[in-house]
Design a protein around this ligand. Structure first.
Ligand SMILES: *[C@@H]1O[C@H](CO)[C@@H](O)[C@H](O)[C@H]1NC(C)=O
Ligand SMILES: *[C@@H]1O[C@H](CO)[C@@H](O)[C@H](O)[C@H]1NC(C)=O
Ligand SMILES: *[C@@H]1O[C@H](CO)[C@@H](O)[C@H](O)[C@H]1NC(C)=O
Ligand SMILES: *[C@@H]1O[C@H](CO)[C@@H](O)[C@H](O)[C@H]1NC(C)=O
Ligand SMILES: *[C@@H]1O[C@H](CO)[C@@H](O)[C@H](O)[C@H]1NC(C)=O
Ligand SMILES: *[C@@H]1O[C@H](CO)[C@@H](O)[C@H](O)[C@H]1NC(C)=O
Length: 751
């Protein structure tokens, strides 16, 4: 047997090697790129800037460039999307971005990114079209589930960890969509009008964190920003624009068909690559139609043209994609059934990936109600009602709701799959549903012959009541979904954005009917975002789990949580209120032509708005229960250079092993004009019963700064900051403060 020291050393060496996978620095990558581009003809350069075309029958990926064999440069393959490979078989269907956020675990978000990266690499994909960091400005926003919710800090960490994971295995990440892409209605042209401070502190912040993770690429959005097409907005992407000023080293690629107006306008404002290359009705085909002429006419300089190509190839070299180990593309996205000679049917799934997808799904399940009673009346007794369920105590079980059953797996990703369990929303952020294990199957397989199971999987109210009446436990599964607006998709009456915050398929009535006849009703909500839960106080509803959009391992992951094999530790990445007005923003559904959307709520989204308006939501941002309880104590705050190190103890004060996700909120001095409190840190503490961990969160100077419009920099205000540490945004357990005086310097932080 090896000594523990040996293994420590071994892990250290392996981790060092993993870090050294990034063999080239940006400078070195740029040097190689410049040399190679220096040998290219004009047409070869254009081939890297312009996608080969949506209508091109030879296309392998959702986006490709033209190869240059004489220089050893392959066709660069760009593929959807943020929850795993789309239009491809034998891949893992990962939990959604909003579920990754609900884990409040940087460790798991990074592991998810890395595992996704391994699958993209295994299929020969150069560019993973993710993560999405579109802020959930309104809870009904159709694609918000692809990203990390309404909070910029949580989106920033989600982006950072995902990109670090994806790129650690040599796959480029492409963070999207720059900027203000927050609703699906009118998305091909509405204008997101955002003031400078809000833009930096809310919508750009996750891009800033992406740049700090060395992101390879940024995708510009369909919508306009401040009246100008996002893909030729000089203030966003130009040399003096915020992206380059923040140190972005990669290239900007258009969303598919998001380019408009002249080739010169786009090239000179900072767009590098146009995809898919041709005009696809909504836009596009700008470079293909005009870039060569614009160069020949001198409207785009030779220097800019070369710079565009150099920027596209630099990440390719930065991540060593020129290595002979990098697999060639081995699938055909145009034949998603896996047929045809170009689909080499490579299986990139693995037991490790399946286990990780299941773990993340369990870790993202948020326990929002648990009225547990036990045989002894103490926590250590066997459960009689509520969670976790003891298999030995239940003999008659009902499984209710169409959300418990298998979905139509052959429906494509555009939404027609909504007849069964909801695992992710629809559109290009979706994935193949090949391996979904629905809840009813997982429950049946777990219980085996130990209980008799009655099912009612149609949402018929009378049938549900008949199935549930007098059972030891009734599981009710309900859902609500949303997705991407394509020109033709209307799903259950919803065009991308949800119409309202109600559960679909009369889910609320279904729950109430079941609860009227079964005094141990356990509800599982599968939803892309907040939904009304006005029945949550019903005395017969003994447990509610908000499970989000958990991906293919939905069934096994929820069984693990319900039967106590996984102690829930998820936290809500948004607040759940009882009415839409509590969120303070609106989706613009009706308009005569593309609307102007003024982001007048500024910094006040979700809990920040509710704090300001004294609205107490039903369940708040950051909230989530465990089967155990945690005690907080011993807050200390120490200055360390320009940073402040906040540390405190978290103790597992209950009877089960479990993980807490402590959160740090900051209250600025009033003069700063910030919301009452803002998230600025979170950690995880995984603890045996009785155990205590010292948790440390470092507040950098920027974490304590605001975007100062006149100086165009982050500036730390002076005055008293309150440090609030707790278990949710409303359950603050420890308070401290930091005084920043005018004498504290330096005051200016990075731009
Ligand atoms: C967008 O417009 C707002 C004013 O409406 C302004 O504060 C901001 O600087 C503009 N942003 C850019 C990048 O032009
Ligand atoms: C999936 O992988 C298996 C091997 O694990 C292979 O037999 C099958 O052909 C693959 N199918 C597709 C469509 O890739
Ligand atoms: C929990 O259930 C008990 C009955 O078992 C009831 O007396 C109590 O009010 C319930 N508590 C909550 C918070 O629903
Ligand atoms: C719940 O209902 C069962 C019968 O279905 C009954 O035996 C039990 O006493 C009830 N428990 C409570 C706390 O109401
Ligand atoms: C709770 O369930 C019992 C059946 O176990 C039923 O008799 C009772 O009316 C239910 N309570 C409510 C408030 O619906
Ligand atoms: C919940 O709200 C719906 C309307 O959205 C209403 O029909 C229902 O009666 C409400 N239930 C409760 C328990 O308030």
């Amino acid at each position: 047997m090896r000594s523990p020291l040996f293994w420590l050393a071994w892990v250290f060496v392996v981790e060092r090697c993993a870090e050294q996978a990034l063999a080239r620095t940006w400078d070195e990558a740029y040097e190689v790129s410049r040399n190679v581009v220096g040998q290219m003809t004009l047409d070869e350069k254009l081939g890297l800037l312009i996608g080969t075309g949506q209508l091109n029958g030879n296309r392998r990926c959702v986006g490709d460039t033209t190869a240059i064999p004489r220089l050893g440069i392959p066709s660069i393959c760009l593929q959807d999307g943020p929850t795993g490979l789309r239009l491809v078989r034998n891949v893992t269907g990962w939990p959604s971005g909003i579920n990754a956020a609900a884990t409040f675990s940087k460790r798991l978000i990074r592991a998810r990114g890395r595992a996704m990266g391994e699958e993209f690499r295994g299929k020969g994909v150069h560019v993973h079209l993710g993560p999405a960091v579109d802020i959930m400005r309104n809870p009904k926003g159709g694609r918000a589930w692809e990203s990390f919710g309404p909070d910029p800090y949580l989106n920033g960490e989600g982006a950072y960890e995902t990109i670090m994971g994806v790129q650690s295995v040599g796959v480029q990440a492409c963070v999207k969509h720059l900027i203000g892409n927050t609703q699906e209605h009118w998305r091909y042209g509405y204008s997101a009008n955002i003031d400078d401070r809000t833009q930096h502190e809310i919508y750009f912040y996750p891009f800033l964190r992406s740049i700090e993770a060395n992101v390879a690429s940024v995708m510009c959005a369909y919508n306009r920003f401040n009246g100008t097409s996002s893909c030729h907005h000089d203030g966003l992407m130009g040399d003096g624009g915020i992206l380059r000023k923040a140190g972005f080293k990669g290239y900007v690629v258009s969303d598919w068909g998001a380019t408009h107006d002249s080739a010169a306008e786009n090239a000179n404002s900072g767009l590098e690559m146009e995809q898919p290359g041709d005009n696809i009705v909504i836009g596009g085909g700008v470079f293909r139609g005009g870039l060569k002429n614009a160069v020949n006419r001198g409207e785009v300089s030779q220097q800019r043209l070369s710079e565009m190509v150099v920027r596209i190839l630099a990440p390719y070299y930065f991540l060593d994609q020129d290595s002979p180990d990098f697999p060639p593309v081995n699938f055909d996205a145009q034949k998603r059934d896996g047929s045809g000679p170009k689909n080499l049917r490579v299986n990139v799934r693995s037991e490790e990936h399946t286990a990780l997808a299941r773990e993340i799904a369990s870790a993202s399940a948020v326990l929002i109600k648990n009225n547990r009673t036990t045989t002894t009346g103490t926590p250590t007794g066997v459960t009689t009602r509520g969670l976790p369920i003891s298999r030995d105590r239940i003999k008659n079980v009902a499984v209710i709701g169409q959300d418990a059953k298998q979905l139509n797996q052959n429906c494509g990703e555009m939404g027609e799959c909504n007849d069964g369990t909801m695992v992710v929303g629809w559109g290009s952020g979706s994935h193949s549903f090949e391996f979904v294990i629905p809840p009813v199957e997982a429950i049946t397989s777990y219980l085996g012959n130990s209980a008799s199971i009655t099912t009612s999987l149609s949402n018929d109210l009378n049938a549900a009541a008949n199935a549930a009446r007098g059972k030891d436990v009734a599981f009710v599964f309900v859902n609500a979904a949303s997705g991407e607006l394509a020109l033709y998709t209307v799903v259950h009456g919803n065009m991308g954005d949800r119409n309202d915050l109600d559960l679909w398929w009369k889910g609320g009535s279904l729950i109430e009917r079941v609860a009227a006849v079964c005094n141990n009703t356990i509800v599982v909500v599968h939803s892309v975002g907040p939904v009304y839960l006005n029945w949550s106080n019903h005395p017969n509803i003994t447990g509610i789990i908000y499970a989000g959009a958990p991906g293919e391992q939905t069934g096994p992951s929820i069984v693990d949580v319900m039967f106590g094999r996984y102690n829930p530790s998820g936290k809500l990445p948004f607040s759940i209120a009882d009415n839409e007005a509590a969120y303070g923003t609106k989706i613009v559904y009706n308009s005569l032509g593309f609307p102007e959307i003024d982001f007048t709520e500024k910094l006040l989204l979700d809990y920040r708005y509710m704090d300001e308006m004294n609205i107490r939501p039903r369940f708040e941002f950051g909230y989530g229960l465990s089967y155990t309880t945690f005690a907080y104590s011993s807050l200390s705050i120490q200055r360390s250079g320009a940073s402040h190190v906040v540390s405190f103890d978290v103790q597992n004060a209950g009877a089960f092993a479990g993980a807490e996700k402590p959160q740090l909120y900051l209250s600025y001095p009033a003069s700063a004009g910030e919301p009452k409190k803002v998230l600025r840190g979170f950690e995880e503490a995984d603890l045996a019963p009785g155990a205590t961990a010292r948790v440390t969160i470092t507040l950098s100077e920027r974490d304590m700064s605001i975007w100062d419009v006149p100086s165009q920099k982050y500036v730390r205000p002076t005055g008293r900051f309150e440090v609030l540490v707790g278990s949710s945004s409303l359950d603050i357990r420890l308070r401290g403060s930091i005084d920043v005086s005018i004498m504290d310097e330096p005051i200016l932080v990075v731009s």
